[in-house]
Design a protein around this ligand. Structure first.
Ligand code: FES
Length: 148
């Protein structure tokens, strides 16, 4: 084999190898997993921040509430300490209907079949048999954070 023949064959071989790399590279980009965007309504089961609230602008009156990321946050008392708030899963443990906070009763009430839950999420009245998951509330300055 002449030298120029060898180099020509080597060049074709490298082009084929590079084409193979390119195809593999493109394929891997298409198949890259997309990070979880939190698009569903189920909050994480443990750890992690679910949402924050600026107490200078939101939840300023007792009984006011906010629903976000599968959680209902309620102001139970005046002040800016964590104990003035409660946060529980919004989905009723009976069949998943979103619960509301009834200020007069001081408890969460499911509009579907009437289950009632305490401010900590404990079952007060069925048919629900399982407590609502309570979430952690912390306050730093005027920022309230709800965590899983
Ligand atoms: S879904 Fe809430 S009581 Fe049935």
């Amino acid at each position: 084999m002449e030298r120029h023949e060898f180099l020509a064959k080597l060049g074709i071989g490298m082009a084929a190898v590079c084409a193979g790399c390119s195809i593999i590279s493109c394929g891997s980009k298409v198949n890259d997993p997309t990070p979880n965007s939190g698009g569903n309504n189920n909050p994480p089961t443990s750890g992690g921040e679910l949402f924050t609230v600026d107490l200078n602008n939101e939840l300023q009156t007792v009984g006011s509430s906010k629903v976000a990321n599968g959680v209902i946050l309620v102001r139970l008392a005046a002040g800016t300490t964590a104990s003035a708030f409660t946060a529980v899963q919004v989905a009723c443990t009976h069949q998943g209907t979103p619960v509301n906070f009834n200020t007069n009763q001081g408890m969460f009430v499911c509009p579907n079949h009437g289950s009632e839950f305490s401010t900590t999420g404990a079952v007060v009245l069925g048919p629900a048999a399982t407590a609502l998951k309570q979430h952690t509330v912390t306050v730093t300055g005027s920022t309230l954070t709800v965590a899983a």
